[in-house]
Design a protein around this ligand. Sequence first.
Ligand SMILES: [Zn+2]
Length: 358
Amino acid sequence: MSVSIISRATWGATPWDHDAASDGPAYVPLSSRSEFFVHYDGASHITRTGYAIPRAIEAEHFGNGWAGIGYNFVVSQAGEIFEGRGWDRQGAHCPNHNISGFGVQIAIGGDQEPSATALAACRALYDEACRRTGKTLAKRGHRDGIATLCPGTKLYAWVKAGMPAEGYEAAPTPGGSVIPGGSVARYKVTISGLEYGYGAYGDHVTAVGRALVAKGFGRHYTSGPGPRWTDADTENFSDFQVLLGFTGTAPGGDADGVPGETSLRALLGTLPGKTTTASAPAFPGRDKFRPGANNAYVTQLGRQLVAKGYGKHYSVGPGPKWSESDRRAVEAFQRAQHWTGSDADGYPGPETWRRLFA
Ligand SMILES: [Zn+2]
């Protein structure tokens, strides 16, 4: 199935360079991509069609203070694929996954039924993403990245089922033999600053292999284990994940052999790598973030917003004096959680704080 993408110019996107201070979202090399996130539009059914779909999302995301549509692509019920951030720019769709993950919205909401045409188009887009990156990208729903209802029950079930699509034929990825959904997962994850999964390299990879062998999960090794993560490492780790009770051994499944924190900790008894702070700093109270407030927590908040990619509102950088820049950056972060109304008023509460520092 070929993928035909309706360009930003065609649907009438506001050009990136309309903002004299910027030429748009940062470029991300394809080699940084390892995940493919599916989203929906939120609680409400979508009745818009055609170019009105991306235009409405653009308007909403401008309202968030973003550079334009936050998704890399948007898929309509009619199967149209609209270019948002495209293949080469950082998205704004899931905190901590905007570089590693492509974000694609299927333009439905609530309990709306996705059309077979939309699902086939999204699946074709996924295959194209794998072809371009040369990887079997992990299939994710937004809620796999952060606590949210997105992409809704129906799309999430579809993602977890491996994104089946009628009439779909798996396209071989470069290198030939890996069929998405049919073979060994070939993507990497980073846990505590260390990479795991196909192609990862280091003593920590050897340590995983040795631990697998020690626990009786070494049957796929013909040599090694060694410092380069191979398909055999993935297959052995998959066996271990299945033992732990995870399901889904196809690429992107929870037992596909690419470690997650839980399985890695279960195997090693600890998480190697740089120690991150165990938990978020305590929320200092709402009164610290009000007009007129001037304290170190405002600076701390602002710096974290910048670190998480919400720095575009600051013209001079975060400081101790609460400003409209702070409020708008917080609001953008809150909207990225799919919060609305007073939950996205730009004033942080304990949950905003917790997620921001998670
Ligand atoms: Zn989402």
